[in-house]
Design a protein around this ligand. Structure first.
Ligand code: G6P
Ligand code: ZN
Length: 543
């Protein structure tokens, strides 16, 4: 089998963002685009000679082709072994688990997460390191630097490897191992949760709907919920992965999982509802007539995790991304454990988890996870909820109400302005950043500003710092406004406005969130001039 060294030139725009390199699929389909990025990744990690890599993706359009290119390049670069799932499918948390469990040196995950898939939609490639987590900024910066100077890549000339069945083959001198994508992951879940208790819950007539959104968690949810836990057939809907996610937008939130959301907001709905995203790392949690915000879910899981066997010994700490509401901090404070505030992006949790400083992590962007892997994990969150429901034997709405009564409620909403002109969005943020220092003490929309800064993070484990992570404005009484630009979009800029208001209770715990947040929404408009910048009357998406 022949190894070819192909001459190439740098292709601009290969800079990894919040979560790897994400672009329109057609950009990835350009000649040399995948090859340049993959070779740059290999080069940035001192090559892959003799190494074992996990490679897999969420099954979106162009996954199959890109995986074959990666296999041929890994072989040409001397990798010893590549492990992938049947048909190249691996959910992101399952890939993270395999990296750890198989002692791999790293992995490549092919996904654009919750973004739609298809020839005119989105694609992505992300490199994960040996701890199973996304590469830290030092590595993504090295990859980017390499893409700007690359002059050649190595690839073997070969037929496509058949990935249709578990088993082992070889490509040049490299072993290619195809594994059942679900097996190791299901075993890990079984080691963390009380499957007998959850089986008992379903046996007692408890009803659930899991919307896999035509994405990668379909096979995982079907095998675990319906297969191992005895949930009735039909509990999992949209469970067959498709290359374009059934033409949908696989983001588990009230907007994009509207059918499930509407079904749950009725007295006739199931007891419990959940959904996961394109690559299986995000989750949405619902009860009958109850929506649990991701921020509340993190707080609630932190307060109840000890009810599951895997967390019975308690938590070492809780970490959340800065824009995530401070509900989890209140729980951590009560429990006497540390709470960490990191920049947006799961990669920032890696060091805290590795060092044993945090056990649970979560983000407002529908990500929750723990130290069992180094990615957020949609189905894990669903199973932890199920374990808690099986033990507490209360409804989701009652558990939520009890939580607010005990800890107070952080009303929370995120307003997104998508596809905004990038120059205008950057100018708006820069202008507000320049005014931050003068804001404390002033009044806006009837609220007094207590503090304002541009969030910077200093990693307590390796001392690295990350600046410019989002504008924070704190109001008297515990309300907060955060504004930042998304790092995961593929077109124009997305402005994210995060709104939070703390109500200690006992009164005022059951208001409509948008009304409860009205003063902060007004303050955001006055401070940032969102209407003028975007030319729109309001946000495109409210979650
Ligand atoms: C991905 C990352 C998350 C992050 C989210 C939102 O899902 O894995 O860690 O919170 O994107 O990022 P963005 O920059 O678009 O707000
Ligand atoms: Zn995802």
């Amino acid at each position: 089998m022949q190894t070819t060294t192909v001459q190439t030139q740098p292709i601009s725009g290969q800079k990894p963002g919040t979560s790897g390199l994400r672009k329109k699929t057609r950009v990835f389909m350009q000649p040399h685009f995948v090859e340049n990025f993959v070779q740059s990744t290999f080069d940035a990690v001192d090559g892959v000679a003799g190494k074992t890599l996990i490679v897999g993706g969420d099954g979106r359009y162009f996954n199959a082709e890109a995986i074959q290119v990666i296999l041929r390049m890994a072989a040409a670069n001397g990798a010893a072994r590549v492990i992938t799932g049947t048909d190249g499918l691996l959910s992101t948390p399952a890939a993270s688990n395999l990296i750890r469990q198989r002692g791999a040196d790293g992995g490549l995950i092919l996904s654009a997460s919750h973004n739609p898939g298809g020839p005119d939609e989105d694609f992505g490639i992300k490199y994960n390191i040996a701890n199973g987590g996304p590469a830290p900024e030092a590595i993504t910066a090295a990859i980017h630097a390499r893409t700007e100077e690359i002059s050649e890549y190595r690839i073997v000339e070969a037929q496509d490897v058949d990935l249709g069945h578990p088993g082992e083959t070889s490509l040049a001198n490299m072993s290619v191992e195809v594994v059942d994508p679900v097996a190791a992951y299901a075993e890990l879940m079984q080691s963390l949760f009380d499957f007998d208790a959850i089986r008992g819950l379903f046996a007692s007539g408890f009803t659930m709907r899991f919307d896999a959104m035509h994405a990668v968690t379909g096979p995982y949810a079907t095998a675990i919920l319906e297969g191992m836990l005895g949930a009735p057939k039909g509990t999992v809907v949209n469970g067959t992965p498709s290359t374009d996610f059934g033409g949908g937008h696989p983001d588990p939130n009230p907007v994009w999982a509207k059918t499930l959301f509407d079904e749950m907001m009725s007295d006739a709905g199931p007891d419990f509802g959940a959904a996961s995203d394109g690559d299986g790392d995000r989750n949405m949690i619902l009860g009958r007539n109850a929506y649990v915000t991701p921020s509340d879910s993190l707080a609630l899981l932190a307060a109840n995790a000890h009810l599951a066997p895997g967390y019975a010994k308690g938590l070492s700490g809780v970490a959340r991304s800065m824009p995530t509401s401070r509900a989890a901090d209140v729980v951590a404070d009560r429990m006497g454990i540390p709470a960490f505030e990191t920049p947006t992006g799961w990669k920032f949790f890696g060091n805290l988890l590795d060092a044993g400083k945090a056990t649970l992590c979560g983000e407002e962007s529908a990500g929750t996870g723990s130290d069992h892997v180094r990615e957020k994990d949609g189905l894990w969150a669903v199973l932890l909820w199920l374990n808690i429901l099986a033990v507490r034997k209360e409804s989701v709405a009652d558990i939520l109400a009890a939580h607010w009564a005990s800890f107070g409620r952080h009303y929370y909403s995120r307003h997104d302005y998508e596809g905004v002109d990038a120059a205008a969005a950057n100018a708006m943020v820069a202008d507000l950043r320049d005014r931050l220092a003068g804001l404390p003490g002033s009044q806006v929309a009837g609220l007094t500003i207590e503090g304002a800064d541009d969030f910077a993070y200093s990693d307590p484990v390796d001392g690295s710092t990350s600046t410019g992570q989002g504008l924070r404005i704190l109001f008297e009484g515990g309300s907060r406004l955060v504004i930042r630009l998304s790092g995961t979009g593929t077109e124009g800029a997305t402005i994210r406005v995060y709104l939070e208001r703390y109500v200690p209770g006992p009164d005022g715990l059951h208001e409509d969130p948008q009304s409860a947040l009205a003063p902060i929404i007004a303050a955001a408009e006055t401070l940032a001039g969102l209407k003028a910048t975007t030319g729109r009357d309001g946000p495109d998406v409210r979650t």
